[in-house]
Write a protein that binds this ligand. Structure first.
Ligand code: ADP
Ligand code: MG
Ligand code: MG
Length: 237
């Protein structure tokens, strides 16, 4: 289980997130909903070790991992799909997905995963991961790379942003795949119907958890109240 315990993150004295408690159990899927600026990416970065909390702890199976680096957490099976994917000039999609040949992969599995993210193997495996690919294609490749890893935890920061209208179905397929291989998913999205497909959800606003529970219930509540929460920045629970 991956946990945030009483996590606060401050920048110049301003609280970006405040006393956040979250628990992500083995093999379950979660979404984090909230308006822009709610602190969702900050939560993702703190889980991945991109940022260190000002207060509070990050725990993995009860062990304190607050001071572990991104690389050390990656070795423990925690992965992050960035909101803005990077480019790797001079490396093919196939090579990128095998981490430069470091991981042994089944060709059929790579084919299946590329198809799953909407990129036919024949058309994309030998393309270069450079600026000749569109933002949406790069995002799909990043998703494929996380699927290939079969991580223990996949933190997906707005995987649907920058994708076309097929994004909903794509993310659904990604959730299905991760469920099948037992990966715990932490999905950050504004897309309510995608969020409703996960098991549990957290609704975050102004750096605090407004409500948590079964995704369907949280999504309905989010739809009803998000406008008000966004305007006032605070809301009674
Ligand atoms: P979300 O992902 O929910 O849209 P973020 O976690 O990216 O929100 O950001 C939450 C808030 O914290 C935003 O108002 C953002 O501008 C602010 N913020 C995040 N990082 C910094 C930083 N390093 N310096 C100043 N403000 C920051
Ligand atoms: Mg956002
Ligand atoms: Mg964000």
């Amino acid at each position: 289980m991956l946990c945030l315990r009483n996590v606060t993150y401050r920048v110049d004295g301003r609280r970006i997130i405040e006393r956040i408690n979250m628990r992500f159990k083995e093999g379950m899927t979660y979404s984090i909903l909230g308006p822009n600026g709610a602190g969702k990416s900050t939560i993702a970065y703190i889980l991945m070790g991109v940022m260190k909390p000002s207060e509070g702890r990050v725990l993995l199976d009860g062990d304190d991992i607050t001071n572990l680096s991104i690389t050390e957490r990656a070795r423990l099976g925690i992965t992050l799909l960035w909101q803005e994917p990077a480019r790797y000039d001079g490396i093919t999609v196939e090579k990128y997905l095998t981490l430069g040949g470091k991981i042994k992969v089944d060709k059929n599995e790579m084919r299946e995963i590329l198809e799953l993210v909407g990129l036919p193997y024949e058309l994309y495996a030998h393309r270069f991961v450079d600026k000749s690919l569109s933002g949406g294609e790069r995002k799909r490749i990043e998703l494929a790379s996380i699927l290939m890893l079969r991580p223990r935890y996949a933190i997906l920061d707005e995987p649907d942003s920058g994708l076309d209208i097929t994004a909903g179905e794509l993310i659904e397929n990604v959730l299905e795949y991760f469920r099948r291989v037992g990966t715990t998913v932490i999905l950050i999205t504004h897309h309510e119907e995608i969020a409703a497909k996960t098991d549990f959800a957290y609704f975050v606003c102004a750096g605090r958890i407004i409500k948590k529970g079964f995704s369907r219930e949280i999504v309905d509540y989010y739809k009803k109240t998000c406008g008000r929460c966004f305007l006032t920045g605070r809301m009674e629970v």
